[in-house]
Design a protein around this ligand. Structure first.
Ligand code: SF4
Length: 316
C-alpha cells in the first residue's frame, strides 16, 4: 500500500544499536528532528508559505538559524506533497576575516543549488557611518536591496528568512516598548519594494531547539561579530528577559507566541480595527461577550504550562 506524503511525515527511525546513554541522546535528537520538521511544516501550511512550483531562495548567513532552516526545508522538500525548488543564497559582505570558503564547501557537500553574491557593503558602510556609530541600519538596508535584486535575477518566487519564534516575540516587545505599536514580525509578507514574497518558515520554532539542532548537525557556524558592530543591546535584553520568563514560568513564551494568532480587536483599543464609535446594544445574549463587571478568569498557573509542555514533548 502506498501512503500519501505529507509535510510532516516522520523522518527515518534512528538505529537501535547504540549503548543506553548514546541511545537516549539519539532518541532525543530524533524527537527534536521530528519536532522541527513538524513545526516548520505546520507554519508552511498555516500561512501557505510554499506552493507548487515555487522557487524558494533560502538566505543563508552562516548562523545557526539559517543553517537549520535550510536543513529542515531540504528534509521537507523530499517528503512534501508538492514540488518546489530550493536555492541557497549567501551574501558575502566582505567583513574582515569572513571565511568565504566555508559556505561554498558546506553547500557543495549538501548538493543543494546555491549562489554566493559578493558585494563589499562593509567598505561602503565604514565610509558612510562615522566611527563609533552603529552600522547595522545602513548595512541591513544595503543587504536587503541586494538580496531582492538577486532573488529577481534567480527567478525566485519566495525569499525565506531564518527568523524564529523568539525573534518574532522580541520584535513584538521591542515595538511595544520603543515604537508604541502592537506590531510583530510576520510569518509571510510582501517585501517593501512590493516585488517579492518573504516567508519565515521558522515562525513556530523555539530558538533553543535551533541551538541544539546546530550542535547535533555540527553546522560550520560563522561568527556574526566579524564586522565589529555591537549587537543590538535592547534586543539582547528582551531576549534575556524572555529566556528568564521561560525558565521561571514554563509555557509563558509559548503562550505569548500562540497569542499572536488569537487577536481579539474588540478587546484592544485600536479604533481602526473595531468600530467602538458605532457600538450599540444588540439585545441578543452572547456567551462570548464581555462580562464587563467581572475579572476574566485566568487559567491556573500549573495547568496551562503543563498542558503545553505535554503537547511539545510528546513527540514519539
Ligand atoms: S552586525 Fe554587522 S553585518 Fe550585521 S547588520 Fe550590523 S553591521 Fe551589518
Amino acid at each position: 500500500m502506498t501512503t500519501t506524503p505529507t509535510w510532516t511525515t516522520p523522518a527515518t527511525e534512528a538505529p537501535d544499536t547504540a549503548p543506553p546513554k548514546a541511545l537516549k541522546i539519539e532518541r532525543e535528537d530524533h524527537k527534536l528532528e521530528k519536532r522541527l520538521c513538524r513545526e516548520v511544516g505546520r507554519a508552511i501550511v498555516d500561512y501557505n508559505m510554499i506552493e507548487e512550483g515555487d522557487k524558494v531562495m533560502v538566505c543563508v548567513s552562516g548562523g545557526k538559524d539559517s543553517y537549520a532552516m535550510l536543513d529542515i526545508l531540504l528534509k521537507l522538500q523530499a517528503r512534501a506533497p508538492i514540488k518546489f525548488e530550493l536555492i541557497a543564497v549567501n551574501l558575502d559582505q566582505k567583513q574582515p576575516g569572513f571565511p568565504d570558503h566555508i559556505l561554498p564547501e558546506y553547500l557543495g557537500q549538501l548538493g543543494v543549488p546555491f549562489h554566493i553574491e559578493t558585494q563589499d557593503t562593509y567598505s561602503i558602510v565604514k565610509k558612510v557611518i562615522p566611527e563609533g556609530k552603529t552600522m547595522c541600519s545602513l548595512c541591513s538596508r544595503l543587504r536587503r536591496g541586494i538580496l531582492y535584486r538577486v532573488a529577481g535575477e534567480l527567478g525566485a518566487t519566495k525569499i525565506a528568512l531564518g527568523h524564529h519564534r523568539d525573534d518574532m516575540l522580541q520584535t513584538l516587545l521591542l515595538n511595544m516598548f520603543f515604537g508604541a505599536k502592537l506590531k510583530g514580525m510576520p510569518p509571510k509578507l510582501v517585501s517593501d519594494n512590493g516585488e517579492h514574497v518573504v516567508i519565515r518558515p521558522l515562525a513556530y520554532v523555539a530558538e533553543k531547539d535551533l541551538t541544539r539542532w546546530a550542535q547535533v548537525r555540527e553546522f560550520p557556524i560563522i561568527p556574526c561579530t566579524l564586522c565589529g558592530s555591537q549587537e543590538n543591546l535592547q534586543r539582547k535584553q528582551v531576549g534575556n528577559m524572555l529566556r528568564e520568563w521561560e525558565k521561571k514560568f514554563p509555557g509563558r513564551v509559548e503562550n505569548m507566541a500562540t497569542a499572536l494568532q488569537n487577536v481579539v480587536p474588540s478587546h484592544l483599543m485600536d479604533r481602526g480595527l473595531h468600530d467602538f464609535a458605532g457600538l450599540k446594544a444588540t439585545g441578543v445574549p452572547d456567551e462570548d461577550g464581555d462580562k464587563a463587571f467581572d475579572d476574566e478568569p485566568l487559567p491556573t498557573a500549573p495547568s496551562l504550562p503543563e498542558k503545553q509542555v505535554i503537547s511539545l514533548v510528546q513527540e514519539a
